[in-house]
Design a protein around this ligand. Sequence first.
Ligand SMILES: Cc1cc2nc3c(=O)[nH]c(=O)nc-3n(C[C@H](O)[C@H](O)[C@H](O)COP(=O)(O)O)c2cc1C
Length: 167
Amino acid sequence: MKLLREMVEAARLSASARNMQPLRYLLFNNQEDCAMIFPTLAWAGYLKDWRGPEDGERPGAYIVQLGDLELSNDWWCDDGIAAQSMLLTAVEQGFGGCIVGSVQREKLRDILNIPDQYKIIQVLALGKPAEEVVIDQMVEGDIKYWRDEEEVHHVPKRGLDELIISF
Ligand SMILES: Cc1cc2nc3c(=O)[nH]c(=O)nc-3n(C[C@H](O)[C@H](O)[C@H](O)COP(=O)(O)O)c2cc1C
C-alpha cells in the first residue's frame, strides 16, 4: 500500500488543466479485490492466442483512476499525465505496470460500489514484471506488438524521423 500511495503522491504533484485536480484513485492490493478486478479488464488485444496473464502471474495491485464529475467532466489530458507519473514511480522501485483502458466499466462500478459521481477513466495494473520486453523499429506501419518463440514481447515503435515532421 505504501508504494500505491507514493504513486498517487506523484499523480498529486503532476500538472492539471486549470489546476482543477479532478482525479481520484481507488487502491487495491489484496488478493480478493485483485481477483474481482482482473476479469473486468481486457489484455493485449493483438495477441489473439493469449488470454492474458496466467494465474500466479496476474497483477498484484491495481489503481482505479476516477474523474469526479462534481468538479469537472473534462480533464483534458490530466489522466494520462497522472498515469505516466504513477507508472514511472512504480518502475523506479522495480515494479512494472500497464494502463488498461479496455475496462468493463459498468461491471467494475458494480463490483467496487463506485457512485455515479465518479467516472471510471482507466485502471493501472501493477506487479513484478515477469516478461522480457524489447522495443523494435516499426516496419511498414505495422503497429501490432507480438511475442516470439521465447515469449519475448516485441513492441514496434515508429522512428524518430517519422514523428518529427516539417512542412
Ligand atoms: C490509454 C491507454 C490504454 C491502454 N489500454 C490497454 C488495455 O486495455 N489492455 C492492454 O493490455 N494494454 C493497454 N494499453 C497498453 C498498450 O497496449 C501499450 O502501451 C502499447 O502496446 C505500447 O507498449 P509499451 O507501453 O510497452 O511501450 C494501453 C495504453 C494506453 C496508453
